[in-house]
Design a protein around this ligand. Structure first.
Ligand code: ADP
Ligand code: MG
Length: 318
């Protein structure tokens, strides 16, 4: 059987810090990132691609709010915003990738799937919403929305002040259509799926599928998908070429190889920041726990240079 790799494109693979977020910028960054995948195709890998949606869904939420305030267009819930972002970003990746394949004379089908990801209604994360989304409101506006919609708000810590909606971030437990994703990928089709961590849904007590007003971590959802489709390798593309120890300290050093035990030790010692590197490390560990051979964290445009990237495996010998 051919090797199967799942590539998770981080926010930075699509949109770099400090950029405005125009579609030209996103298309340019995406093409640069996708050029890196050509060597995997040339080595005969089948591919599944997932992606983040942080800046994009943030903008969708702001447009939502502006539409409500200017034109009275009803606000759409989080699941619809994520679905919109999967369609938009997925299409963009698909078109850029088709052009990269044409340039390299590679014949392959590419398909983008709008993907639901299931969470558990009794996940403890529902008790403690942490993920800040959407615009900053005044105290009065926040209170009105709390009454009208039951949204939960937290005060901004930055000196600009104001209030922001917070939603839970429960663990993904199932990716819909995982069998379809696997069989398409094994037939040689490149599948783009589970964008932005997936459209969050849960089953209620009557087994009805309902939308959840939550945000699912894209690295964890990607790792779950990678394990479920039996991927051999799981790549997280972000804006650092390696995982560092003592990050941003005088003793900072990068690591190229990590085994499972050491990675857990460093995670427990707080070497990886919550909200950025720690969820990526957990996603990498989850993948190899579930039988994956290798997880790699690297910079989005450096994947095809194998000397870059931190490789995490169960045991590292070499
Ligand atoms: P993305 O948006 O691409 O998914 P994030 O911004 O969430 O990525 O996470 C990548 C960031 O993690 C890096 O830019 C870096 O600042 C931060 N980071 C925190 N701890 C570490 C560490 N130990 N080694 C490397 N990067 C780290
Ligand atoms: Mg980021």
């Amino acid at each position: 059987m051919k090797k199967l790799a799942l590539i998770a494109l981080g926010g930075n693979a699509l949109l770099r810090g400090g950029q405005e977020g125009t579609i030209d910028e996103q298309e340019h960054n995406t093409t640069e990132t996708l050029e890196n995948l050509v060597f995997l195709l040339n080595e005969g890998y089948d591919l599944v691609i997932t992606h983040g949606n942080g800046p994009q869904v943030g903008n969708i939420l702001l447009r939502n709010e502006a539409g409500q305030q200017l034109y009275g267009i009803p606000r759409m819930p989080v699941d619809i915003c994520v679905a919109d972002s999967q369609g938009g970003i997925g299409y963009m990746i698909e078109r850029m990738l088709r052009n990269v394949l044409i340039k390299h004379n590679i014949q392959k089908e590419i398909v983008t799937l709008v993907t639901m990801v299931e969470v558990k209604r009794d996940d403890p994360a529902f008790e403690n919403p942490t993920k800040r989304i959407g615009q900053i409101y005044t105290k009065k506006e926040a209170r009105a929305l709390q009454v009208e919609k039951g949204w939960v708000f937290k005060e901004e810590v930055k000196k600009s002040g104001g209030w922001r909606r917070v939603v839970p971030s429960p663990r993904p437990i199932r990716i819909s259509n995982e069998k379809v994703i696997e069989s398409l990928a094994r037939q040689g089709t490149i599948v783009i799926a589970s964008g932005g961590g997936g459209i969050p849904v849960y089953h209620d007590e009557n087994k009805v599928i309902r939308a959840a007003e939550v945000v699912i971590d894209k690295d964890l959802a990607s790792s779950l998908l990678a394990a479920r489709i039996g991927a051999n390798e799981f790549y997280i593309l972000t804006d650092v070429p390696y995982v560092f120890l003592d990050y941003k300290k005088k003793t900072e050093r990068w690591v190229e190889f990590l085994n499972y035990k050491d990675t857990i030790k460093y995670l427990e010692a707080g070497q990886f920041s919550e909200g950025s590197m720690a969820p990526k490390i957990r996603a990498c560990l989850q993948f190899i726990e579930q039988g994956g051979y290798k997880s790699v964290i690297t910079e989005a445009t450096l994947l095809d240079d194998r000397k870059y990237g931190t490789k995490i495996t169960m045991d590292y010998e070499d």
